[in-house]
Write a protein that binds this ligand. Structure first.
Ligand SMILES: NC(=O)c1ccc[n+]([C@@H]2O[C@H](COP(=O)([O-])OP(=O)(O)OC[C@H]3O[C@@H](n4cnc5c(N)ncnc54)[C@H](OP(=O)(O)O)[C@@H]3O)[C@@H](O)[C@H]2O)c1
Length: 315
């Protein structure tokens, strides 16, 4: 089937962020006129300069500046949000602007994690996902054409957290038995695939799950691959499931969220333990000329170029 990935004007909220910058770079690489909505007092000056030099149009505005939002949205075809989790409900302002503008062909909200409409998790993570679900329901109710993306684990972010490639350590922490399977995708690939599906007629009003078969690994698989590559044998420190569950019940909000995510992803395996439904799309099956970097390949890269440290929330 010939797929018409039309050149589209793409507006990205949160484009200077951890994930957003990969989407902006991908959008330019794939030839789309690209716009980034960034706060007037953003401190991301280096990245904004990089974007300008690549031909990105920067729109300086606050998320609650309704008129500016509507103007920005009216000028483009596709809107993508990669706003951070604390700003999840700010996306309702984007939904309002898209409704009023009436011209948007696709909106992708800031999901990019586990598939929130398919999983059931510990209460602190459940409350987190419930807010993201509410944004999905608002988009559906407003009849805005959408694509909901489940990108699963950001590979650099989580491999860095689990294996700590930049630290000279002899031990590795294993959550639970280490046998549950998890999906890990590189942030760069998530950027490219997100822009591809955002402009792909086959993914309109669909959930797209990024679950390439080469990237489904357990903690044990990951450690064993890492031991082969580094020639080292690590001492494994197991943290039992009960300890993680207890922490999720006793830590204050929001510190209880990361442990709940660890439980869901690495002990219960929620990124890999369900079958796709009839209408769902699996990203790696879409583009024969494109493939995700495998976990094995990513470990080769991370061995010599350790990725950015994981967010403070996971320390
Ligand atoms: N699957 C995974 O492994 C994984 C891991 C982490 C996060 N996530 C998800 O990825 C998505 C994006 O998160 P991220 O960590 O990439 O975001 P981020 O880097 O924390 O933030 C993205 C951008 O949002 C803007 N921003 C920050 N605070 C704001 C505020 N108070 N009001 C308005 N704008 C604000 C900033 O842009 P300006 O300064 O230019 O305005 C920032 O660069 C979220 O949905 C998150 O839940 C998934």
């Amino acid at each position: 089937m010939v797929v018409d990935n039309k050149i589209s004007k793409i507006l990205i909220f949160g484009g200077t962020g951890y994930l957003g910058k990969h989407l902006v770079r991908a959008s330019i690489k794939l030839g789309h006129p690209t716009y980034v909505y960034s706060r007037p007092d953003s401190n991301k000056t280096d990245i904004l300069d990089e974007f300008r030099s690549m031909g990105v149009t920067i729109i300086k505005g606050m998320i609650n500046d309704h008129e500016k939002l509507v103007m920005a949205v009216r000028n483009v075809d596709v809107v993508i949000s990669t706003l951070p989790y604390p700003q999840v409900f700010d996306q309702l302002k984007i939904v309002e602007a898209i409704k009023l503008a009436g011209n948007i062909k696709r909106f992708l909200p800031s999901d990019f994690g586990v598939e929130e409409d398919r999983v059931s998790v510990l209460p602190p993570f459940e409350a987190f996902l419930e807010k993201k679900r509410q944004i999905r329901r608002a988009i559906e109710e407003a009849r805005i054409p959408y694509t909901f993306i489940s990108a699963n684990c950001y590979a650099a972010y989580f491999i860095n957290y689990l294996l700590r490639p930049s630290e000279e350590k002899d031990e590795i922490t294993v959550y639970g038995s280490g046998e549950a399977k998890t999906v890990m995708n590189s942030e760069e690939d998530i950027g490219i695939y997100t822009i591809k599906v955002a402009t792909d007629p086959r993914t309109c009003n669909r959930i797209v799950i990024f679950r390439p078969p080469t990237n489904v690994v357990s903690q044990r698989d990951l450690i064993s691959l890492w031991e082969k590559k580094t020639g080292k044998t690590f001492k494994k420190i197991h943290i039992p499931e009960e300890e993680i569950v207890a922490l999720s019940q006793t830590l204050p909000d929001p510190d209880n969220i990361p442990v709940s995510i660890i439980h869901s992803v690495f002990i219960k395996g929620v990124t890999a333990n369900f079958d796709l439904k009839g209408d769902d799309v699996e990203a790696s099956s879409l583009y024969p000329d494109l493939r995700f970097s495998t976990v094995d390949e990513l470990l080769d890269v991370f061995r010599f170029n350790p990725p950015e440290p994981a967010a403070a929330a996971f320390e």
